[in-house]
Design a protein around this ligand. Structure first.
Ligand code: HEC
Length: 157
């Protein structure tokens, strides 16, 4: 368990470095993933997606991000979640996948990072009070919910 978490952190670091480089380049590229401009919440989610997810899943969410070929498991095509689920968008399952707490860590096979943990850590910042932690958990949850709604908007039939 410890070992796997360490592996995950190393992956996180390398991914975040790649993300930083990738996010700086061609940030003006417009794809259908940016069709969310009408809603500020969805626009924020699209921004999170470009920053944290596109490095593996690709800017168009189809699974061809710049580090995709380095992963053992190919990143899922996130525009076809509904198609894989009998046409219904499984929002709760998608939430849990992104949050990461349902991840089969014990099997050590998942290369999908645990975003719940990262977003909480970012929200907590220096805070160590229980209230800060609760607020952080809420902020992280809202952020994931926003990503879930965003993914729902990019589903292909
Ligand atoms: C380090 C690469 C990587 C990053 C970054 C990443 N993912 Fe993934 N993701 C994967 C891989 C690999 C899978 C395939 C599932 C697995 O772990 O077996 C996956 C699967 C998923 C799935 C499940 C799709 C399905 O239908 O089964 C969702 C939803 C998802 N990712 C959303 C996201 C979101 C949202 C972000 C950004 C907050 C993100 N991912 C960032 C690698 C990544």
């Amino acid at each position: 368990m410890k070992l796997q978490l360490r592996h995950l952190s190393a992956l996180f670091l390398s991914v975040l470095l790649t993300v930083a480089a990738y996010a700086c380049s061609a940030s003006a590229t417009t794809t259908e993933t940016n069709s969310a401009e009408t809603s500020p919440e969805l626009a924020k989610a699209a921004q999170d997606f470009n920053t944290y997810c596109s490095v593996c899943h690709g800017r168009d969410a189809k699974g061809n991000g710049p580090v995709a070929s380095e992963l053992k498991t190919p990143p899922a095509d996130l525009t076809r979640i509904s198609a894989r689920s009998d046409g219904l968008f499984p929002a709760d399952a998608v939430f849990k996948t992104i949050e990461g707490l349902d991840m089969p860590l014990a099997h050590g096979t998942s290369e999908m990072p645990i975003w719940g943990a990262l977003f909480v850590r970012q929200a907590v910042g220096e805070g160590v009070l229980i209230e800060d932690a609760k607020t952080a958990a809420r902020v992280a949850t809202d952020r994931i919910k926003r990503l879930v709604r965003y993914l729902e908007t990019i589903q292909e039939k």
